[in-house]
Design a protein around this ligand. Structure first.
Ligand SMILES: *[C@@H]1O[C@H](CO)[C@@H](O)[C@H](O)[C@H]1NC(C)=O
Ligand SMILES: *[C@@H]1O[C@H](CO)[C@@H](O)[C@H](O)[C@H]1NC(C)=O
Ligand SMILES: *[C@@H]1O[C@H](CO)[C@@H](O)[C@H](O)[C@H]1NC(C)=O
Ligand SMILES: *[C@@H]1O[C@H](CO)[C@@H](O)[C@H](O)[C@H]1NC(C)=O
Ligand SMILES: *[C@@H]1O[C@H](CO)[C@@H](O)[C@H](O)[C@H]1NC(C)=O
Ligand SMILES: *[C@@H]1O[C@H](CO)[C@@H](O)[C@H](O)[C@H]1NC(C)=O
Ligand SMILES: *[C@@H]1O[C@H](CO)[C@@H](O)[C@H](O)[C@H]1NC(C)=O
Ligand SMILES: *[C@@H]1O[C@H](CO)[C@@H](O)[C@H](O)[C@H]1NC(C)=O
Ligand SMILES: *[C@@H]1O[C@H](CO)[C@@H](O)[C@H](O)[C@H]1NC(C)=O
Ligand SMILES: *[C@@H]1O[C@H](CO)[C@@H](O)[C@H](O)[C@H]1NC(C)=O
Ligand SMILES: *[C@@H]1O[C@H](CO)[C@@H](O)[C@H](O)[C@H]1NC(C)=O
Ligand SMILES: *[C@@H]1O[C@H](CO)[C@@H](O)[C@H](O)[C@H]1NC(C)=O
Length: 674
């Protein structure tokens, strides 16, 4: 083999390695066609699972996607309508409403119905009533419970909106206003109201006693004591006999009873004292006597329900600031026939009150609310939708506040809101799309919103590409690219038309759920790329010198052993650097691939075959050069061996010839001497 031919070929191969490595390293710095395809890895987010990455946006996309599946709709028409309200204050509440939907279908159907109300409303009543409820919700400790209570309250109002029941409501509300403990008051009222009519009739004599009392508290206490003690019938009959005669005679009743009391056992003393109190505090001893005898003869004092009622009444009086008012109201309630419905309302009220952190606010708000709702009977028909909307929400308080804001806005911006409403309507009519269908339409939505779907990482730049692989732009070249995937995606969304929606939903960088292996290994990528870059640079530098050296040697007629060894040494390093560079890049790519596969965001990482083609071809050529040099060295070493051997042979020849010559001289001398 002629090394005169081989050396230039090696120089050419080395030059190729040099070029390939340079091209691979510089990567896609521009939109220039073949070069755009050179990158370490491409992250394709076109089918990214939005629900997983931005859970807040998931329900919104489901709604919009469903609307998109309706006939005659395009991405343009849907996002166009959304865009129309993007700059208004309605965007944030609307998105929040959709975003909080735990049940998209229910939310949609409720929302479309409620939106009709917002649009049709010439009544400021809606806003007023909603604002009151909104305020109510902000005081709540447990919005679910509060809404449940309110729902019951309103539905019982709407189905039983008789004048009788509404007067009942106002009675109860007045009591609550006068109460120091609205919850206790309500619960006592429930106890009283839940009694059967027979049980309630038993209570009427009690109210008669109160009606004639000078001191309600004292009378009530005395009655309680009497009811708590079991008085023997013999004692009762003698008591009433004595009292009858005593009153008829106009004697001092207190004295009469005291006389009787001295004869009874100690356990009955409190009861006797209670009877004295009753007579002392009454304005009509006649009435007291007759009522008391009725109560005892009808066993009311023994009745368990009456005992319970007494406890409730005692509590009511304790909490009340206006006993006159209380007794009048309670008497009215006891006489009411609307027992079932008013009990339901009271239970609802109790729920509202106990779920609120500030019962007195509730008490001040509920009357306003009820009166608004009573005035706007048209409004009542929407109330069920309101509750279904809120019960389908993950955060009812925020949802309601959002609804209030939209309603307020829509009242004055009907024209802007109508197209959006149409979309919600059409989304409601079709069946909601499945996650798989959503995945299929994600690329077109991302494309419409101008969110780049392909991110191409080279060493020095990052390029963003459309779905059809044409470029948006590339970043300016700078020292090794940061591979923080979350930042990359976030920054690009920030730069897209999706920004207003992100802002409306308060989605920050940390709200992107892109955590996982891909992100966790992020800190390893940059050092790894740096190392690979260093390998490439060393490879480029050394190939350059190897090439020069090869060219220089190819002009010589002889290349000696030492020179071959130096060539082999340099070429060996080229192979090492080129091989390591290619390997590190491949490892990085595979780490990213496996990471994103494990994270399961439906982000597809793929390598660029031109890039890896360049890198590995460079390596293969370097190996070829090395083999070639090794071969030449081997050949030349053998060649050198032959020359050496020949030299020895020649040397020994000449010696023998000298010896021969010498001998021949000696011979000649010998011959001469003979
Ligand atoms: C869709 O559009 C076509 C043409 O504009 C129209 O004829 C058709 O009635 C529309 N379909 C629906 C469901 O609106
Ligand atoms: C809120 O009320 C609901 C219904 O009454 C109840 O199931 C839930 O446990 C309550 N939540 C809290 C935090 O108290
Ligand atoms: C009303 O009374 C009935 C039976 O007397 C009882 O089952 C029910 O739980 C009571 N309701 C309330 C709200 O106390
Ligand atoms: C009513 O009676 C209670 C106790 O029986 C007493 O504390 C209160 O002072 C009395 N009220 C009046 C106005 O006499
Ligand atoms: C009557 O008895 C009940 C239950 O034992 C008790 O709660 C109540 O305070 C008693 N009433 C009076 C006036 O002592
Ligand atoms: C009845 O007698 C008691 C004491 O025994 C006395 O305090 C009270 O004033 C008398 N009442 C009348 C109306 O005389
Ligand atoms: C009490 O009743 C008696 C007879 O039953 C009657 O004479 C008397 O006037 C009554 N007193 C009052 C204050 O009503
Ligand atoms: C009251 O109770 C007694 C015995 O407990 C009974 O004999 C009497 O019939 C009862 N009266 C009424 C009106 O229920
Ligand atoms: C108590 O209620 C009655 C009846 O509604 C009313 O006339 C009276 O002024 C009230 N008293 C107070 C102190 O508010
Ligand atoms: C409405 O009133 C009727 C009786 O008047 C009652 O049967 C019904 O349960 C009430 N409805 C509600 C929701 O309270
Ligand atoms: C509704 O509007 C009020 C006042 O404009 C605002 O404070 C609140 O944050 C808004 N709520 C939502 C959910 O946008
Ligand atoms: C997207 O992620 C959500 C939540 O993890 C999941 O329920 C849904 O099935 C995923 N979508 C697809 C198409 O895998």
């Amino acid at each position: 083999m002629n090394f005169r031919l081989l050396l230039p070929i090696c120089a050419l191969l080395t030059f190729t390695t040099f070029l390939l490595t340079i091209i691979a390293t510089s990567g896609s710095t521009s939109n220039y066609k073949p070069i755009t395809n050179i990158y370490i890895g491409n992250a394709d987010i076109s089918k990214i699972n939005v629900t997983k990455v931005m859970p807040q946006v998931g329900p919104i996309l489901t709604v919009l996607g469903s609307a998109l599946s309706a006939p005659n709709t395009t991405v343009d028409s849907i996002f166009g309508a959304l865009k129309a309200i993007a700059s208004t204050e309605a965007l944030s509440p609307l998105l929040h409403l959709l975003s909080n939907a735990a049940d998209t279908a229910t939310t949609l159907s409720s929302l479309t119905n409620l939106a009709r109300m917002a649009l049709s409303s010439s009544n400021a009543g809606t806003t007023a009533a909603f604002s009151a409820l909104d305020e109510l919700l902000t005081t709540s400790k447990n919005a679910t419970e509060l809404l449940g209570g309110f729902s019951t309250l309103v539905s019982s109002m709407s189905t039983n909106a008789t004048s009788n029941s509404s007067s009942l409501e106002s009675t109860v509300l007045t009591l609550l206003v006068d109460s120091t403990n609205p919850i206790g008051t309500t619960e006592s009222l429930i106890t009283l109201n839940n009694m059967t009519s027979e049980e309630k009739i038993q209570l009427l004599p009690v109210f008669e006693l109160f009606g004639n009392s000078k001191n309600t508290t004292a009378t009530l206490d005395a009655l309680g004591t009497i009811m708590n003690s079991t008085i023997p019938t013999s004692l009762v009959s003698s008591l009433f006999n004595s009292l009858n005669t005593s009153i008829a005679k106009g004697n001092n009743v207190t004295e009469t009873i005291t006389q009787l009391g001295s004869m009874v056992p100690a356990t009955l003393k409190p009861a006797v004292q209670a009877v004295i109190t009753l007579f002392d505090e009454t304005t009509s001893q006649n009435v007291t006597l007759s009522v008391l005898s009725t109560m005892i003869s009808e066993n009311i004092t023994e009745s368990p329900s009456a005992k319970v009622a007494m406890v409730a009444l005692t509590d009511l009086l304790d909490y009340s600031t206006n006993q006159t008012e209380l007794l009048l109201s309670v008497e009215g309630l006891a006489a009411s026939s609307e027992a079932a419905s008013s009990t339901n309302q009271l239970v609802a009220l109790d729920e509202i009150l106990s779920s609120s952190a500030n019962a007195s606010t509730v008490v001040s708000l509920v009357p306003a609310l009820e009166s608004q709702l009573a005035k706007n009977t048209a409004l009542l028909q929407y109330v069920p939708y309101l509750f279904s909307l809120l019960s389908a929400s993950k955060d009812p308080v925020l949802s309601f506040s959002s609804l209030v804001n939209i309603t307020k806005w829509a009242e004055t911006n009907a024209a802007t809101f109508s197209p959006m409403l149409k979309i919600l309507n059409s989304a409601e009519k079709v069946t909601a799309i499945t996650p798989e269908e959503l995945k299929e339409i994600t690329p077109s939505i991302l494309e419409y919103l101008q969110i780049p779907v392909n991110y191409r990482l080279s060493i020095f730049t990052m390029c963003r590409a459309h779905l059809n692989k044409t470029m948006y732009s590339c970043s300016k070249s700078h020292a090794v690219q940061n591979m923080d995937f979350r930042s990359i995606v976030y920054d690009n969304i920030e730069g897209s038309e999706f920004k207003p929606y992100m802002d409306a939903l308060n989605i920050g960088k940390d709200d992107l759920h892109l955590d996982g292996q891909l992100q966790d290994r992020q800190h390893m990528y940059v050092p790894a790329v740096r190392a690979a870059l260093a390998m490439n640079l060393l490879c480029i530098i050394i190939t350059f010198f190897l090439m020069i050296y090869l060219l220089l040697l190819s002009r010589r007629s002889v290349v000696n052993q030492k020179q071959w060894l130096v060539l082999g040494f340099i070429s060996c390093w080229v192979c090492i650097f080129s091989g390591l560079g290619s390997t590190i890049f491949s490892v990085i790519l595979n780490l990213m691939k496996s990471g994103s596969k494990k994270d399961d965001y439906d982000v597809i990482i793929s390598g660029s075959s031109p890039f890896y083609g360049l890198m590995w071809s460079g390596f293969v050529l370097a190996v070829l050069v090395f083999l070639c040099i090794a071969y030449c060295w081997w050949i030349s070493r053998r060649g050198a061996g032959v020359v050496e051997a020949e030299k020895t042979v020649q040397e020994s020849d000449s010696t023998s010839r000298i010896i021969e010559e010498h001998e021949s001289i000696i011979d000649a001398e010998k011959n001469f001497s003979r």
